[in-house]
Design a protein around this ligand. Sequence first.
Ligand code: 13P
Length: 298
Amino acid sequence: MAAPSSLASSRLAAAAPAPQHHHQNHQLRLGCSRRRAQRLVAMAGSGKFFVGGNWKCNGTKESITKLVSDLNAATLESDVDVVVAPPFIYIDQVKSSLTDRIEVSAQNTWIGKGGAFTGEISAEQLVDIGCQWVILGHSERRHVIGEDDQFIGKKAAYALSQNLKVMACIGELLEEREAGKTFDVCFKQMKAFADNITDWKNVVIAYEPVWAIGTGKVASPEQAQEVHAAVRDWLKTNVSADVASTVRIIYGGSVNAANCAELAKKEDIDGFLVGGASLKGPDFATICNSVTSKKVTA
Ligand SMILES: O=C(CO)COP(=O)(O)O
C-alpha cells in the first residue's frame, strides 16, 4: 500500500459524513457507532482494515511455493490491506512469485545502517529487494531473543527513516495480565515507540498479548477491544488526537478462520496479525475477508 489506494471501501463510504442526517442513517443501518464512523472519516485514505501474516521461522522453498500459489488464487476483499512476512531468506522468492495485491514484510531488521554486523539484515537491504514492511517488537524478539524497548524503538525510527513501513508490536505476559499490569506494560512499550516515531502514517500497531500467541487461547473480543481502546486513548493523550484516530491497531494471538469475524466487529480492532493460521492460504484469506464483519456491525 504505497499510496493508500482507493478508499472506495464500503467501510469508509458508509461512514462518509455530509450531510449529517445521511451519516446518522448509515450508522443506524450498519450498526456503526458514531465514534467509529467519525474515526473512519478522519482516517480518510489510510483506514483500511489490515491483515498481516507472520510466517515466523516456518517454511521451505516447496511449502512456500504452495502457500504463494494459494494466496495468488484467493479472492480478497478490496477494502483490506494484506501483507505477509516470510523468513528473510524467502522474501526474494515470495516477492518474485506473489501477486502485487499482497505486500511483503520482514520479521526484523538491524537497528541502523548496514556494515560489520554479522548475521544482521539492514533496512536498506530490505528496501533494495522490494520489501515494504517490517515487524518490530514482536514478543518472540522481546522475550526469546531479549530485545528491549529502547532497542526496538530505535529500530522503528531507523526503519521508518529508510521508508520501510512498520508493524509495531506490543503486549503483556500472562503474569503481567494477572497482576493487573496489562495497561502499564502496553503503555511503556508504546512510549518507547512514541519517543522514536515522529510520523505515524507508516505505522500499524499490533496488540499481541503474549499468553494468546501460539497457544490457541485467543483473547475475547472484549479483552482485545479494551486494550485497543486504551492504547488509542494513550495515543490521544501522549501523541495527538489525529494519530489516535487514524492509526490502525490490529490484534494478534491465536486468530483463526473461526474466531476472526467476532473480533473484527469490535470498534477499535482494525485488523489482525496472524501467525499459525497464515501458513494456510484459504484460512488466511478467510481472515482477510473478515473485514466484511465490519460492514454489518461495528
Ligand atoms: O505472533 C503472532 C503473530 O505475530 C500470533 O501467532 P499465532 O497466530 O500463531 O498465535
